[in-house]
Design a protein around this ligand. Sequence first.
Ligand code: GLY
Ligand code: MN
Ligand code: MN
Length: 434
Amino acid sequence: MINKAEYTKRRKQLMQKIGSHGVAILPSASLACRNGDYNYPFRQNSDFYYLTGFEEPEAVAVLIPKHKNGEFILFNRPKNRDEEIWEGVRAGQEGARKEFGANLSYPMTELEKRLPELLEGRNEIHYTLGLNGAFDKILLDAINKIRGKIRAGLHSPISFIDITETVHEMRLIKSPAEIAIMRRAANISVDAHIRAMQACKPGINEFQLDAELQYEFQTQGARFPAYTSIVGSGGNSCILHYVNNNQIIRNGEVVLIDAGCEYQNYASDITRTFPANGKFSPEQRAIYDIVLKAQKAGIKKIRPGAPWPVVQEIMVKIITQGLLDLGLLKGNLRNLIENKAYFKFYMHKSGHWLGLDVHDVGRYKVNHKWRTFQPGMVLTVEPGIYISSDLPGVPKRWHNIGVRIEDDILVTTKGHEILTEMLPKEIDDIEALM
Ligand code: GLY
Ligand code: MN
Ligand code: MN
């Protein structure tokens, strides 16, 4: 659990960054209709959650450095017994102050009335325009109200600054408490993958393995996956974000599972590929060996100061060489890399940041230069080779082999730690496990 003091510290840090002339505004996520009068399960906006720990919809956080009445103002739903009987308990205004550290809390219905007085006198509004049209309008109306009173001496804000830049840079470096949660998320996902691998046999449906994953997630306290689980057998292993998960798994096919739980709102993201019948065929083994070698080499490059692209560069080199050795690419290694000949087999990047979002926030380039790794960053390394049956010029025996191997890596002061290391990925270990 992230404690109250850490949320306070994050808000203080943010307020320090925006300065005493600024004001930050963050709306919560909204409920979204699934069908009829039912909603999707609510998931808080990650930036809002990062700064408040507050998990209810219909809320707005206003952070006003050095404001005379308090710096953290939360608009949220008031207590309402009738509605709470149907939908669950709410913090209400008292809870917002006592449990979540708000200096002031008002019912959401007072937002439009109170917003002008909170913005008045500030120069910069730190807010992300364009994500929430309804709230953009509320905010612009509030500014117009202040503009209408400048003859009375009121000062209207001058500029908008995108708050995501500031918050996302903070989110990029994980605190010890966040790392502890991500470790737990990783461990649960490791168990889920092991469970699915052991449950696999030819003749069952992909959705049965999806259910095994979900069972392990939920029984260990992770209610939802961090993204829709990918369980692709045979040709489906070559569809990068395959989510139908509804085909029969056949003898002789590979199964690619890309799945990770969300634990206390933090994501994990693991991929393993294994033979449906528990024994790799020579072709599956050959492709798997290349991807595994590439992944290990990519991970090895991760240490403080190393720039992002070194991971992809080494993996592209190993994958291209491997495909050359198998005769699936022909020509000269350097030319093949330069011309991106590998791209028809390996068409994505080496990975992404991981955190509250599976494709987590934070820039990959700063001032047009690739970012270098720093302790506290978490990222995935996930090379793959995908040979779909419609790939021109590839002999049939290689068809429908899609292999991806993905782990979650924490950058440490000394180098890195593989958070998902406990999940086997050596061929012998996978065969033994199955
Ligand atoms: N699970 C999505 C990804 O690996 O990026
Ligand atoms: Mn990933
Ligand atoms: Mn993944």
